[in-house]
Design a protein around this ligand. Sequence first.
Ligand code: ZN
Length: 305
Amino acid sequence: MTAPISDPHFVSRPDGAVYETDEPVTYSVADGIASVTMNRPSFNNAQNSQMTYALDSAFRRAVDDDAVKVIVLRGEGRHFSAGHDIGTPGRDINKPFERTQLWWDHSNKPGGEFLYAREQEVYLGMCRRWRELPKPTIAMVQGACVAGGLMLAWVCDLIVASDDAFFQDPVVRMGIPGVEYFAHPYELNPRIAKEFLFTGERMGAERAFQLGMVNRVVPRDALESATYALAARIASQPRMGLALTKQAINHVEDLQGKRSAMDAAFAWHHFAHAHNELLSGDRLGGFDGRAMAEANKRAEAGEQA
Ligand code: ZN
């Protein structure tokens, strides 16, 4: 398919993604508990589309397997997730995939349509789909849980964190009002959510626990045992009881406005992407993974000074 090249904002970028693995997500089941493990440890589990669709397949598999009662989402290596892939060799935003939502292929679309269609599918659409899957999910979080990584933890029903875990959404630095799955004022109270976003600072696991964003904080070497003990306890409950309870509580959140608030925030998010592109030609305001890491370091140094 050819792109509508008459649009001056359309820049065709051939997909140069080079994957370091064919298995960006691994899957296993034991004792009624499915483990869905992000498996790009050399890139701190940065989430590219390859991983996104592999996650979706793994969740689907866990839903389809009657032997699975509870799903644990985890990340291989030192960190749970560094967020969306904005700079590894496996970054594949131009690549078309077989989609799960009824949005059209973004990859040959001009202007704001490219990212809007893509993010409806791989971020907002996927996160809502995973949040609503009818089995309890537990995020097992160590190290970094940053930006897009927050979205993955937040769509889970419960979060167990190690004491070295931290949570951060630094995308205001890009001129963008938070990540696509805008749950911040639901995960945190609105004043804390503003602080979290305005400063872009890391929130440690202990504070996240005190604020109710995390269910348990345990030492790093007890993270796995604590997570699977909790999962096992839940797995003893009846499947339908769990599914209906999950639906009931998710429904209450939606009655409280979570879903419609997120739709509005998604529109502001995309105004920001478009504004960035108008100003600088870059939807992320000139930041890639390396630039964000350097800006984080500078901010931390400033805090200590
Ligand atoms: Zn975005």
